[in-house]
Ligand binder design. Structure first.
Ligand code: TEU
Length: 570
């Protein structure tokens, strides 16, 4: 029988380097996680997803792994990891690992061997290709394709020793593994089984829809389309949802997951479409339980990467509504506003000013958690943590921000100020500032010097203050999570979007048998009377939860108010 326990679960993402530092070196660690397990148990979440803690040169904060079966000394060791598993399981929390197997680190022994000579036994474990025909290897434009990497520059790195290039869709310290090679796949599957045997409960799979590349029969890869003004082309048509992706994920299921109970598998899939996601998450196909799609976090982004597009609520609703409808009968959604790659939702889609921060953080949580799917909470989201006031590029540590800044200014003629404006709003370091535990120096994150500056608003926004305040974002998230566990309509109810063209209110109903929920979120700083079609029929319905005092007149929502009503239809 297929076990769909994760439909009623809530997942909490921990970015270990920024969560809690137990040994005072300025970097979060696994002991720090153990010390704060009660924060998570108190919140009521069911699953912890740990961002990578494996040995790594930390070029991309651990998403560049040099040993898949160990723990980086920065974070602890396997014994501490086992303690964490034990502590989590004792509290009924499952632990999901980050699986980063589109690429490894260039310091992984597999790559070291692969690059050692053109005839190495592991040469074919990565994507080695000669220079473009007729061009001198290593000269500008001689790269095998015109693709850019996600972090700026070409996606190909020239290797002097063997005169060939290797592919890296991300940093040059993250060479892409060649999934065409069955030996690579076997090595990955055996590593995954090793973690499951150790007691972990599943995997979040990094850019897993990029593992199949559209390689031509002669072994070459096609050029991508060149956007105007760009230094490099977009090669994604050749690696997003590539020709063998379903075959690979199904094979992984067979080799790793089949016969094991109560796991969670979620594939991170930039650029995935609803139709593809339906295939990936159809339980009968045995691929993954759910995927992370990106459409709703790209809603404030246009074709020019260095321009901010203000959010249109009707557009956000169209996107999420499409995902709700598309996976209504087959498949399952994951639901998120935040993760370690996204700016803080309260600053992005809410209002982080003192007047509205708390209300808008709760409103965003309400709207998200009441969708059909499995919600993810990213550390600090449950406190309403905000974006960081970056002054200059010197304040950033993220390889993506630094790489894209350099490329935009040096090769694309952008001004530092226009690039900084966008990085301040969207940069990944917004999510990566240390967790704000209390009002003591460095927010109680570390007794040392934190690797990335603490947000100066920690004296006001911190966990300790919120535990004692029944009106805090933390306690509100507890209620949202408890509601999912208690009310089957939140888990299984069908979803109907209301007011699709309204740019102020996000409104929908959920219906399961006789139970119907009405959810409305006010995305503005003004009071709005909700023009719900049959508003009068909701008179007398039970107000299950609201972030502000109950509306005085029926369905008149205060600034950033959210309401959840319930009625039972006889
Ligand atoms: O991110 C995948 C990804 O597509 C990112 O490029 C993301 O969209 C972008 O950074 C948003 O600004 C995953 C990980 O979550 C990310 O942290 C890693 O850097 C990346 O893969 C490479 O492993």
């Amino acid at each position: 029988m297929t076990d769909l326990w994760w439909k009623s679960a809530v997942v909490y993402q921990i970015y270990p380097r920024s969560f809690a530092d137990a040994d005072g070196d300025g970097m979060g660690d696994l002991r720090g996680v153990i010390d704060h397990l009660d924060h998570l148990a108190g919140l009521g979440v069911d699953v912890i997803w740990l961002s990578p803690v494996y040995p790594s040169p930390q070029d991309d904060n651990g998403y560049d792994i040099s040993d898949y079966q160990n723990i980086d000394p920065l974070f602890g060791d396997l014994a501490v990891f086992d303690d964490l598993l034990k502590g989590a399981h004792a509290r009924g929390l499952k632990v999901v690992m980050d699986l980063v197997v589109n690429h490894s680190s260039d310091e992984h022994p597999w790559f070291i061997e692969s690059r050692s000579s053109a005839t190495s036994a592991k040469r074919d474990w990565y994507w080695w290709r000669p220079a473009r025909t007729g061009m001198a290897p290593g000269t500008p434009g001689a790269e095998p394709t015109n693709w850019g990497s996600a972090f700026g520059g070409s996606a190909w790195e020239f290797d002097e020793a063997t005169g060939e290039y290797y592919l890296h869709l991300f940093s040059r310290k993250q060479p892409d593994l060649n999934w065409e090679n069955p030996a690579v796949r076997e090595a990955v599957y055996s590593m995954m089984r090793w973690w499951l045997d150790r007691g972990v409960d599943g995997f979040r799979m990094d850019v897993i829809n990029m593992i199949s590349k559209a390689v031509r029969p002669d072994g070459s890869l096609p050029d991508g389309r060149m956007p105007t003004g760009a230094a490099f082309a977009d090669g994604s048509a050749s690696y997003i949802n590539g020709p063998r992706i379903h075959e690979f994920l199904h094979e992984m299921y067979d080799r790793v997951f089949a016969g094991r109970e109560a796991l969670l598998t979620v594939g991170e899939m930039p650029g995935v479409t609803v139709d593809e996601a339906k295939l990936f998450t159809d339980p009968a196909r045995h691929e993954v339980d759910m995927v992370f799609q990106f459409d709703h976090v790209w809603a404030d982004r246009g074709s020019d990467p260095w321009r901010l597009i203000p959010l249109r609520l009707s557009n956000l609703k169209a996107i999420l509504g499409r995902w709700q409808a598309g996976l209504a009968d087959v498949g399952w959604n994951s639901l998120y506003w935040n993760n370690h790659d996204q700016p803080r939702a309260v600053s992005r889609y809410g209002d982080d000013s003192p007047a509205h921060r708390v209300a808008s953080a709760k409103m965003l949580g309400t709207v998200l958690h009441l969708h059909r799917g499995t919600p993810y909470v990213y550390q600090g989201e449950e406190l309403g943590m905000t974006n960081f006031p970056f002054r200059s590029i010197a304040d950033f540590r993220d390889i993506e921000a630094l790489g894209q800044y350099r490329q935009a200014i040096e090769h694309e003629g952008r001004s530092p100020e226009e690039v900084l404006t966008v990085l301040r709003a969207r940069g990944r370091d917004n999510a990566r500032t240390p967790m704000q535990w209390d009002a003591s120096p460095q927010a109680g994150f570390t007794t040392g010097t934190p690797w990335l500056a603490v947000n100066p608003n920690y004296t006001e926004i911190n966990a300790a203050a919120q535990y004692d305040d029944p009106d805090s974002v933390y306690h509100y998230y507890r209620q949202l999570i408890a509601l999912r566990h208690a009310e089957p309509a939140v888990v299984d109810g069908d979803f109907t979007m209301l007011l699709p063209d309204d740019d102020r209110l996000y409104a929908f109903t959920r219906r399961l048998g006789p139970t119907e929920l009405l959810v409305i979120g006010n995305f503005t700083g003004s009071t709005v009377q909700a023009p719900i079609p049959d508003a009068v029929s909701w008179t007398g319905a039970e107000l299950v939860l609201s972030n502000l005092p109950a509306p005085a007149t029926e369905l008149s929502l205060a600034p950033w108010q959210a309401v959840i009503y319930r009625r039972v239809i006889e």
